[in-house]
Design a protein around this ligand. Structure first.
Ligand SMILES: [Zn+2]
Length: 347
């Protein structure tokens, strides 16, 4: 939400983490602006994002609950540019909403240095976001129809929507391009799969996986026809690992896929990863077996949700490697004798 037009001004109270903010007593921040550090560090698989992003989602509620009039957070990102990362945040019906904003890493560092010197810091904050109401979005679906097993689906895709700051080549133009190219190559080769290969370009992922939930709801009676699938939504880096959560029956075909993609530099990973990607997570929650190609995302959170998310960051050779791996996966899954990759037994 926005501040009043002429801003708010107050003393800043600093916390080093979301946990530290949560430990502050109720009402202890009355009239203050809070700042929360909670610095994210670079990882290859981006796995720490899930932990650190909680500050962005919960920061306004936790500070508001304690009486703060606004809150600043250290931007959820790993770059050293002076552009804060945007993203999803939320309010709670039992706490008065307060404005929240992210500070770029260099500016957050500066604020922390001033505090370390024992300086009393007061900030004037003017924020101007507006809520423009609900508009319609949609999933875009394309298929290569199957032959003898046409009712069974192998599903891939990326998400179409993006934050407004960049051109969103990385999040998630890359995923859209990789998975569209897979269908194009199969079609161009004149090949006909046994199972239907369905491409879903998901809508409204960023604001809360709305396309993913709508799809799972619309297809609730035929979810089990979705044999296996995965979403590409972690940029354009090379794939280096496969994670999955499949049954014994599907292991031979999954192992064969792993063997075929090994020359691309891809190693098998764990068999306990439920996820098939954000937009398939509503289906994973209902038992859809997990499968993911894990990309190298070492620089993903330098770019994610910022104006730096542009096409020049993409290496065409890495995109080719992704397409090759997806082609192997999709083609093997669409044509193997395995129709059950691990949906739980029906109740
Ligand atoms: Zn994304």
């Amino acid at each position: 939400m926005a501040t009043p037009a002429n801003g708010v001004e107050a003393e800043v109270v600093l916390f080093e983490s979301l946990a530290a903010l949560r430990a502050a007593p109720d009402d202890s921040l009355r009239g203050k602006i809070t700042y929360v550090g909670h610095a994210m560090k670079r990882t290859q698989d981006g796995s720490s994002y899930g932990h650190f992003v909680r500050l962005r989602s919960a920061g306004a509620v936790e500070a508001g609950r304690r009486g703060a009039i606004a809150t600043l957070i250290r931007s959820i990102g790993t770059d050293s540019h002076r552009m804060p990362h945007t993203g999803n945040m939320s309010y709670s019906s039992d706490v008065t909403p307060i404005p929240i904003a992210a500070l770029s890493n260099p500016d957050a560092d500066q604020l922390e240095r001033m505090a370390q010197r024992g300086q009393r810091i007061s900030i004037k904050l003017t924020l101007t976001p507006s809520y423009t109401g609900v508009v319609e979005s949609g999933n875009v679906v394309a298929e290569l129809p199957g032959s003898d097993l046409a009712d069974e689906l192998v599903i891939i895709g990326g998400h179409l929507d993006s934050w407004d700051l960049g051109t969103n080549a990385i999040d998630d133009g890359a995923g859209v391009a990789i998975t569209m190219e897979v269908l194009r190559r199969i079609k161009e080769a004149g090949l006909k799969p046994r199972r239907t290969i369905r491409l879903v370009l998901w809508g409204s992922e960023e604001v809360g996986l709305l396309g993913g939930y709508a799809y799972a709801d619309k297809h609730k009676d035929t979810l089990r026809n979705h044999v296996i699938g995965t979403e590409s939504d972690f940029g354009a880096g090379r794939i280096w690992k496969i994670t999955r959560n499949i049954n014994e029956q599907a292991k031979p075909v999954a192992d064969k896929i792993a063997e075929l993609v090994e020359p691309l530099g891809i190693a098998p990973g764990s068999n306990s990863a439920r996820s098939s990607g954000p937009d398939l997570s509503p289906m994973n929650a209902q038992g859809f077996p997990g499968f993911r190609f894990v990309q190298d995302g070492s620089d993903y959170f330098d770019l994610h949700h910022t104006p730096d998310d542009t096409l020049d960051k993409i290496d065409p050779a890495a995109m080719d490697q992704n397409v090759a791996a997806y082609l192997v996966f999709v083609w093997m899954a669409a044509n193997s004798n395995v129709s059950d990759w691990g949906w739980p037994a029906e109740q």
